[in-house]
Design a protein around this ligand. Structure first.
Ligand SMILES: Nc1ncnc2c1ncn2[C@@H]1O[C@H](COP(=O)(O)OP(=O)(O)OP(=O)(O)O)[C@@H](O)[C@H]1O
Ligand SMILES: O=C(O)C1=C[C@@H](O)[C@@H](O)[C@H](O)C1
Ligand SMILES: [Mg+2]
Length: 199
């Protein structure tokens, strides 16, 4: 079963990839963008940056408070600006917020400057991984499963535009990280930086 403990496993050996692009992880809440992103950064010996943390720092408020005080539209505005700043900065592993890739201008920037990885999980996995946590305002409803299902229907066709898709389920976070690492290595070999992104 997926548990928070899996994020504290001992990291595997480092394995750098000689490619200047930032690796951006996208996917729904609970997909593992933060958990796998942190591990991937350690393995690639790159800085790890989490968009949600950067938004909290910039706003001086928790995500829950940004939603409740200013509303979701203001949060999305902040998210777009923070993503643009991070994508202009030094190469890193970037855990995007769950909705970041849905904004067309953010998606275009990611496509131009980064390698994107969709962590694709099914509904049961997402429900299990997000259960009992209160820091995700979109899921603080009477029926988080229904909300996740609605978001899947809206967003999965968009996440599918990512350069790479890695399925994630009941395997360990280390295992997912290893799969992402291998997929990124294959992608940058097939599509070197400086070439036009694949159609
Ligand atoms: N194979 C796995 N890969 C990633 N996370 C896993 C895995 N197995 C279990 N988990 C657990 O699932 C949870 C994933 O949560 P995480 O915060 O990383 O998701 P997220 O995609 O960053 O969500 P959000 O969009 O809300 O920030 C963590 O508690 C992690 O320990
Ligand atoms: O999927 C989303 O829209 C969100 C995901 C989180 O990462 C946060 O960015 C916020 O809770 C909204
Ligand atoms: Mg996260």
């Amino acid at each position: 079963m997926a548990t928070a403990r899996q994020c504290r496993e001992r990291p595997a050996p480092t394995q750098r990839i000689d490619d200047p692009r930032t690796v951006v992880l996208v996917g729904l809440m609970g997909a593992g963008k933060s958990c796998v992103g942190r591990r991937l950064a350690a393995r690639l010996e790159r800085p790890f940056v989490d968009t949600d943390d950067e938004i909290v720092k910039a706003a001086g408020l928790s995500i829950t408070d940004i939603f409740s005080v200013y509303g979701e539209a203001a949060f999305r505005d902040c998210e777009r600006k923070v993503m643009a700043r991070l994508l202009e900065g030094p190469s890193c592993v970037l855990a995007a917020g769950g909705g970041a890739f849905i904004a067309p201008q953010t998606r275009a920037l990611i496509r131009a400057r980064a390698v994107s990885v969709w962590l694709r999980a099914d509904l049961d996995v997402l429900v299990a991984r997000t259960a009992g946590r209160t820091h995700r305002p979109l899921l603080n409803t009477g029926d988080p499963r229904a909300k996740l299902k609605a978001l899947m229907d809206d967003r999965y066709p968009v996440y599918a535009e990512a350069d790479i898709t890695v399925p994630t389920g009941t395997e360990s976070a280390d295992r997912t990280t290893a799969q992402v690492l291998e997929a990124v290595r294959d992608f940058v070999t097939a599509h070197p930086a400086g070439e036009a992104p694949p159609a």
